[in-house]
Design a protein around this ligand. Sequence first.
Ligand code: HEM
Length: 338
Amino acid sequence: MKGLATVALGLSLIVLVNYSCFCYGDLQVGYYKYRCPDNNTDVEKIVRQSISSQNLLDPTLIPALIRLQFHDCFVRGCDASILLDGSTAEKTAPPNLTVRGYEAIDNAKSAVEEQCPGVVSCADIIIMAAREATVLGGGQFFNVTTGRRDGLISLAIEATAFLPSAEIPVDASIAVFAGLGLSVTDMVALIGAHTVGVAHCSSFKDRLYNYNGTGKADPTMDHLLLTSLKITCPQNSTQDNIANLDQNSLSFNTVDNSYFKEIQDNKGILGIDQEIDLDTRTNATVASFASDNKFFNAQFAAAMVNMGAVNVLLDPLGEIRQSCRSINPPPLPPPPSK
Ligand code: HEM
């Protein structure tokens, strides 16, 4: 009888242990709990404090850090390959030349290393930083999963090949996202990140002067917007100015659903922005987000978690980088024996 009771207790403990693990695939919520020399170290809090203090000095970190997660996860998975320096590394590829936030990640990594050396991956710091950016931008808080390891390879040609360009048609974009396990709803929610940040004229100039090679403007663009963008981006100017992706001037740095309302009013900046409202495969989702800010924010949070799980490296693959900008040096050979 006593033996049976022990087995039953053991089984229920196993069940309890299993249910107390908020796992997502093989990543976990709270992976770093109890992994630092001081068990009380709260890694996510260190990243939060680092990012929020840096954001006070530069609030454009909000869009920069959200985009950084996208550009990391879409090339070799979320493995911090975008952070590696080098003349042929991902960050030198054309789609990455306007990516920002590298110093912010370096600073967060240094703050983490001070209290928890050699334990926290740069890949996870990107994910935590993007969550902080979302919250600082007024978006919904969400639990991030952690436990990623850092990759050893970063190739510009891969970033050029795998990052979608501004003119990507909706069906091709759906295929790219689906190839990474992301649904159409995830895709529309994630493109909703364009509720913050800017685009350079070079990313949308064709829509103003030579839409689809017609020598004319995109007929779907709102006329007032077209006029003002032509002033921002004169046809023959070599200067690459910027325009807000969310044309609501009160919320261009706020993570909310106003971007979806703007694209419904034909005020999308990039080709893909306008297309997701025009395409029958995506416009119902656009409408559902435009009409419900809470719903958009919940779906955005869920989609960021889903994107954060794309092709991650788990122990024993990859490494925990000492510096986010370079792979670790090989271990020193043992001293010659006398
Ligand atoms: C088909 C998908 C997408 C395309 C084609 C696309 C394209 C672009 C382009 C061309 C820019 C402007 C770059 C410039 O001219 O400086 C941009 C900016 C931005 N993108 Fe996307 N994007 C896509 C999806 C996403 C996703 C999934 C996210 C994040 C979840 C994201 C976040 C951002 C942010 C925040 C900015 C503003 C960056 C800043 O202000 O520094 N984008 N995107």
